[in-house]
Design a binder for this molecule. Structure first.
Ligand code: HEM
Length: 240
């Protein structure tokens, strides 16, 4: 398959969706694991140490470029596939099998993906932009609180930023609701996407289909529940 076919044939496009999707799933595993450190309830010491260690590694910085490229390619290819599917079937089926034919969320991947994109834009504005482009003035504060010496000069207090966003602003309740809605969209998107990606790259057979489906749904529920509980825990003051 040539590069052109990869991005133009329908099987090539599905393949691109699957590979970028699996890459984004691997990012989610690291992200949820690192963020779970907030539940150490130590004022963010463990979480900040992990987050700052990661962002100080060159390999992570390079992967970050890959991550954003992955998000962009996955989004554009997804929109192209959704538009192509919609244009092929202008007149709906005469008999509507509803959820018996396929689940609503597998038929709504474009919509769920778009909601996720909106969530991601808000999310990146909240954390990535201030962290990478300046704006988290944690250095002096951190010297006073958790870290000392030269190391502190490189630290960003992302934890304090999270508390500010999810607990300390007039908009916190609305933001927490939007985050929970984002996590619900992600859960349904993954519910189909996880299984579908493995099927597309051929890593399945009839014998293991049930196991794959079970793993995909379990992954979607556990990861998204953990993500959703983070802003909720902060809003309710369970972690401070
Ligand atoms: C709901 C709970 C979540 C919290 C509290 C949270 C928190 C954070 C924080 C603090 C950062 C900044 C990290 C840094 O700059 O070093 C970040 C970055 C990011 N998050 Fe999340 N996140 C959550 C959920 C998600 C979800 C569900 C997704 C994907 C669908 C996601 C995707 C991203 C991306 C793409 C970045 C930028 C990547 C990077 O920093 O390299 N996050 N998140």
């Amino acid at each position: 398959m040539t590069w052109k076919q990869m991005f133009t044939s329908s099987i090539g496009q599905k393949f691109v969706m699957a590979l970028t999707g699996l890459f984004l799933i691997s990012f989610l595993v690291v992200h949820v694991g690192l963020n779970a450190c907030i539940w150490a309830n130590d004022g963010g010491k463990m979480f900040n140490a992990g987050a700052n260690f990661m962002s100080s590694m060159l390999v992570i910085r390079i992967m970050e470029i890959g991550l954003f490229a992955g998000i962009i390619i996955h989004t554009i290819q997804g929109l192209v596939l959704t538009a192509a599917n919609n244009s092929k079937r202008k007149i709906g089926y005469q008999v509507d099998y509803g959820n018996r034919g396929s689940k609503w969320y597998s038929r709504s991947m474009g919509l769920l993906g778009t909601l996720l994109l909106l969530f991601l834009i808000m999310h990146i504005y909240h954390f990535w932009v201030p962290s990478r482009l300046g704006g988290i003035g944690g250095v002096e504060e951190l010297k006073k609180t958790h870290y000392e010496g030269a190391l502190a000069a490189q630290y960003h207090d992302l934890y304090a930023k999270m508390v500010e966003v999810f607990h300390g602003s007039d908009w916190s309740l609305l933001i927490v609701i939007l985050y929970v809605l984002g996590c619900i969209s992600l859960a349904y998107h993954l519910m189909h996407g996880f299984e579908s990606a493995f099927r597309t790259i051929g890593l399945h057979n009839n014998r293991y289909l049930k196991l794959l489906r079970f793993t995909g749904r379990g992954f979607a529920i556990i990861v998204c529940l953990a993500f959703a509980m983070m802003p909720i825990s902060m809003y309710l003051g369970w972690v401070k």
